[in-house]
Write a protein that binds this ligand. Structure first.
Ligand SMILES: [Zn+2]
Length: 163
């Protein structure tokens, strides 16, 4: 199982070149991401660090920081992919619930928030867990090793492809 590390250790392990966008770096391979699914305008990634095992990030390829900059077609692709990913997570994890949320801000001074617009899809195993408890790194961060992430990617890919 992936280990849970402290927020401080997680932050210290992120190597982001100054002035770079974390999401853009992740999509170009700079942050050791694992691509789960790609369509022309949208990418779904399995992050190495997350609030829960099975968390998936859905991002537009274009660097967009506000909904008013995002064309409706791309948002529809993102939303449609979020639902497909949530369905795959439901089958893989049978979570108590599945959170789907866009929590970013264009501000660059908010810790642990990426300005690049994105959707989180998060399997929540504890039915009593409230959003404020789930959507934070304060209680620790789940870190998946490369092999664990690849296994999960293959499992979710099979579900996405209906295998
Ligand atoms: Zn970006």
């Amino acid at each position: 199982m992936p280990e849970r590390i402290s927020r401080e250790a997680a932050v210290a392990s992120i190597k982001l070149p100054p002035g770079k966008c974390l999401a853009c770096e992740l999509m170009t391979g700079g942050g050791e991401p694992l691509v789960l699914w790609e369509v022309p305008r949208v990418v779904a990634l399995l992050p190495r660090l997350g609030v829960a095992w099975g968390q998936v990030l859905i991002l537009p390829r274009r660097h967009v920081v506000r909904f008013s900059e995002l064309d409706p077609e791309t948002w529809l692709e993102m939303s449609s992919l979020a639902q497909r990913v949530a369905r795959a997570l439901e089958r893989r994890f049978e979570p108590a619930r599945c959170y789907v949320a866009s929590l970013g801000t264009a501000r660059s001074d908010v810790p642990m928030s990426c300005p690049h617009l994105h959707i989180h899809v998060i399997p929540v195993m504890d039915a009593d867990a409230r959003p404020a408890q789930v959507l934070t790194w304060s209680g620790g961060v789940v870190r998946g090793e490369a092999g664990e992430l690849e296994t999960l990617r293959d499992q979710l890919l099979a579900l996405l492809e209906g295998r």
